[in-house]
Design a protein around this ligand. Sequence first.
Ligand code: FES
Ligand code: FES
Length: 151
Amino acid sequence: MGVILREFSFKLNGQPVSVKAPPAYTLLETLRYVIRLTGTKDGCSSGDCGACTVLLDGRAVHSCLTLISHVQGREVVTVEGVDPKIVKAYASEGAVQCGYCIPGLVVATAALLREHPKPSTEEVREMLKGNLCRCTGYVKIVKAVEAAAGV
Ligand code: FES
Ligand code: FES
């Protein structure tokens, strides 16, 4: 018996998309294996690392825990669709080592700056609690977020 596919329509990085995917797929699986948009990373598949963070209607969510059916008619922004100045800030502050955590951090930064355009260091640190980085020690990541915010 073949896999049952359903059609799902939503906005992705500003463009309307319609995809056929198994209804049990997560948004992360749909992005990576159906749409082939691979900037969003799979670190743990269980909501623990933040590597898969995307914006859903402007709020940061774990795409590994979000079923594709939950996205129907909504708006998704991935690392490919966030303000490039955030990506540039991570690069220019030297905040990237292996890079695996960075797409999730960039998206989490976009969510933070939407709510707090000029975040305090405490607010930046609070945001980072949801995104694990095993390489950097976080100091340069905090600087990158502050550079992106212009503070
Ligand atoms: S892959 Fe989703 S939280 Fe780790
Ligand atoms: S740069 Fe390697 S996990 Fe963050």
